[in-house]
Design a protein around this ligand. Structure first.
Ligand SMILES: [Zn+2]
Ligand SMILES: [Zn+2]
Length: 184
């Protein structure tokens, strides 16, 4: 997962990588925590170009992961595709301060990633892209009905016959409204 700066010619450089998830400690943490299982290698395709003193790297990384639905708790497999655009630089550009105040802006705040030497190591950045693409609340499908709050049945498999929780919620809201009005 290295880009050799010398390989980036005027027309840019196209690269494809394939790497096992085991090569990324941060992804193995996800597995260790029981939050997901990677079912495919990380496939990365990218294009690197020189822009002045900087190197712009654009592409996408994809894999397949098994997650647990946060509503119905069933596990499901989903492909994860994370497009990225990263700008690498050896030195931070000078920032013109508007006042006399000293301004210290970090590489991160500028949206830049620092590198040294003749190679860019993409490992950490790619790992971060995959981690950011993970859903905060995984859903097996957008319209997942979840579990019945009364009997715990998976409502995606059909109605369990416990009644209509939707109706109860609406009824409760209506009741609150009336109580409030009476006080006025
Ligand atoms: Zn679900
Ligand atoms: Zn039920």
């Amino acid at each position: 997962m290295l880009i050799r700066i010398d390989d980036i010619k005027d027309g840019g450089l196209s690269l494809d990588f394939e790497e096992l998830p085991e090569a990324f400690p941060g992804l193995m943490e996800i597995v260790a925590d029981g939050d997901g299982v990677f079912l495919a290698p990380l496939k990365t395709s990218l294009r690197a170009v020189h822009v002045r003193d900087m190197v712009e790297v654009e592409g996408q990384v994809e894999t397949v992961i098994r997650l647990s639905c946060s509503r119905c708790l069933e596990s499901y497999d989903t492909s994860l595709v994370a497009p990225f655009a990263l700008t690498y630089t050896r030195e931070l550009p000078e920032v013109e301060a508007e006042s006399d105040e000293e301004v210290e802006i970090s590489a991160e705040e500028m949206g830049l990633i620092l590198f040294e030497g003749e190679e860019i190591d993409l490992r950490e950045a790619l790992q971060e892209q995959v981690l950011m693409a993970l859903p905060f609340r995984p859903l097996c499908r957008e319209e997942c009905k979840g579990l019945c709050p009364q009997c715990g049945a998976n409502l995606n498999d059909g109605d369990c016959g416990c009644g209509q929780p939707d109706f109860n919620i609406k009824f409760a809201a209506l009741k609150n409204f009336k109580v409030k009005k009476d006080k006025d």
